[in-house]
Design a binder for this molecule. Structure first.
Ligand code: ZN
Length: 221
């Protein structure tokens, strides 16, 4: 892990303050930093002058050596690193790209729970669809995995009217998706398929449906 000093303009007092950033965070070596991610405080910096806390975001790698998982968090849409895994890619390991601390936190929680994030995205899509068809007054804005118990997957769901709730999916839904694979997902890792999010699941489902209906040629994976 490499530390580097960076300077940022404090939004509270306007002065330049110093903080340190890291290139890669190995979860097994830095449990306190992993906890800071899970608590949503990883990017919090205290100003050297006024001590006010603000968020200073930057790109870094989160690595779980035991699970063979590497997640690249890109801060901002154009951090210039389009191929973050080209030098480190190894067959059989899991690589993901996320665009926010919330998304990184969710991936860590999913992998730590021993779940497949592609199936979790499918379950999330079903939950959103079900909620939006049953309710006219508001729509789901975001849904994040929270935790798994023996019986259920728990999610935090937020709505267009700024309210939120906890949503529960029975574990059977996950097991069924795993067994029957209704959306014809490729549960194996595919080189280049690094962003597994709600857009990925929607596009995958639409493309697979078009293939099944003969409107797109079938490709071997
Ligand atoms: Zn300040």
């Amino acid at each position: 892990m490499k530390y580097e000093n960076i300077y940022y303009g404090c939004p509270h007092c306007g002065k330049s303050s110093r903080t340190s950033k890291i290139d890669e965070l190995i979860a097994q070596d830095e449990p306190a930093l992993k906890t800071a991610i899970l608590d949503g405080e990883f990017f919090d910096c205290s100003c050297e002058h006024c001590y006010e806390v603000s968020q200073v975001e930057y790109s870094f790698y989160y690595i779980d050596k035991d699970q063979g998982v590497t997640i690249y968090l890109y801060a901002g849409k154009n951090d210039g690193n389009q191929e973050p895994f080209s030098d480190i890619y190894e067959e059989g390991k899991i690589y993901r790209m996320v665009g926010s601390l919330d998304e990184l936190r969710e991936k860590i929680l999913i992998f730590d729970a021993g779940l497949n994030d592609k199936i979790v995205e499918a379950v999330k899509m079903l939950m959103v669809y079900r909620y939006n068809t049953e309710h006219d007054d508001k729509a789901v804005q975001s849904i994040f995995f929270k935790k798994a118990t023996d019986e259920a997957l728990q999610f935090n769901m937020s709505f267009t009217d700024d309210t939120y709730t906890e949503a529960i999916a029975p574990m059977g839904l996950y097991g069924e998706a795993l067994m029957t694979n209704p959306y014809k997902l490729n549960y194996r890792e595919v080189k280049g398929d690094y962003i597994i999010d709600n857009q990925w699941i929607r596009e995958t489902v639409i493309i697979n449906r078009m293939v099944n209906e003969g409107r797109l040629p079938r490709t071997e994976q």
